[in-house]
Design a protein around this ligand. Structure first.
Ligand code: SF4
Length: 355
């Protein structure tokens, strides 16, 4: 092993973050914990994930128990973590592992990648951390470190293949799982964007970007394209007793299978005039609540205009969906978008409208 590998592992043993899914010292690695944490950490910060991770392992301590849970319970426990497709895939994956793999994760990244919710990065991260496979998962943090160590100046994402091949050459055969976690920690705490703390870094003697004085500038990135904008109308339909109509969204697509207020199709053109009621759950006069809600997804921004109408109990009976009183809304696993829509809308309704 090269001197700088040893230096990083020494640094990790002394300075690495203590995280509830990590085995330290004499502890044995629990692959279920590694898998669960890696799925939760996709697009989510460590600080946010910790309480969810702890509550999941307490409630469902094994693949088998998670596989036997209901999807609704899982979605409810996932509430607030966002990107709900992960929760659905988590359940599918647990069921597959319980049924097809006798409750044990396959140990290679080539097998792991075949499971629901596991992409190339997650497969490598699990295989390295849980099973010591000789691979280095390259996320944004690790890409930054490697681009600096090798002074790779091709802007991202085009520079990614160069960084990936550097990763393969860079990973030691000894303790590859700890090495991957050490790189994750170094990227999160020392080799950070804009102001790297090179004086604390075990790679300093070998880092090209540091010796050239360009560390803070790397990695270079292609200019961001502006995200496409989409528009929708949300229908807040209130029954005489104050109940609000919620419907389950179609299983496929964004927020698939989640509960929410009915919306129009999400489209690139803003709906106007008589088009407003086109996708409404009920034909009536819909009143605008004026303040649009803005929400960003990974690939587009959404502007939702809430519209409001009331309905008598008799007419409400024929509509498909669930009528939920405002104080019962927290019993439902509502995605952030729908929470925002409902909260903003209820705040705008006059006290006469709110029962
Ligand atoms: Fe990053 Fe500085 Fe360490 Fe190089 S020396 S890897 S730029 S922290």
């Amino acid at each position: 092993m090269k001197e700088y590998h040893k230096a990083l592992l020494r640094w990790y043993d002394n300075e690495g973050r203590v995280l509830p899914w990590r085995a330290r010292g004499e502890q044995t690695i629990n692959p279920y914990h590694v898998w669960l944490s890696e799925i939760m950490l996709q697009q989510t910060t460590v600080v946010t994930v910790i309480p969810y991770f702890l509550s999941f392992i307490q409630r469902w301590p094994t693949f088998q128990q998670l596989a036997e849970a209901s999807l609704d319970d899982i979605l409810h426990a996932w509430q607030g973590l966002g990107y709900y497709a992960r929760a659905r895939n988590l359940h599918l994956c647990a069921k597959k592992i319980a049924l097809d793999y006798t409750g044990k994760l396959p140990i290679s990244s080539d097998e792991l990648i075949k499971l629901p919710g596991i992409g190339p990065y997650t497969a490598k991260a699990i295989a390295a951390i849980a099973f010591n496979e000789h691979v280095l998962p390259v996320d944004g943090n690790i890409a930054r470190i490697l681009s600096r160590i090798y002074a790779i100046s091709t802007p991202l994402p085009n520079g990614m293949p160069e960084i990936q091949s550097a990763a393969t050459a860079f990973t030691p055969q000894t303790r590859p799982g700890d090495f991957a976690q050490a790189m994750m920690d170094l990227g999160a705490t020392v080799c950070i964007p804009r102001t790297p703390s090179c004086e604390k870094c075990p790679f300093q003697p070998t880092c090209k970007a540091h010796s050239l004085g360009i560390a803070a500038e790397l990695p270079l990135k292609n200019k961001k394209k502006t995200r496409p904008q989409k528009y929708a109308v949300a229908y807040i339909l209130k029954r005489e007793d104050g109940g609000i109509l919620l419907r389950k969204r179609p299983d496929k697509g964004l927020l698939g299978g989640m509960m929410g207020v009915p919306t129009s199709e999400w489209q690139v053109k803003k709906m106007e005039g008589k088009d407003i009621g086109r996708d409404a759950p009920f034909i009536t006069h819909w009143k605008s609540l004026k303040s649009p809600i803005h929400h960003s997804f990974t690939h587009f921004d959404l502007e939702v205009e809430p519209y409001y109408a009331s309905i008598c109990t008799k007419e409400a009976k024929i509509l498909e969906g669930e009528w939920v009183l405002p104080h019962q809304l927290n019993l439902y696993a509502l995605p952030k978008l729908f929470k925002k829509i409902i909260e903003t809308s209820l705040n705008q309704l006059s006290p006469i409208d709110v029962v």
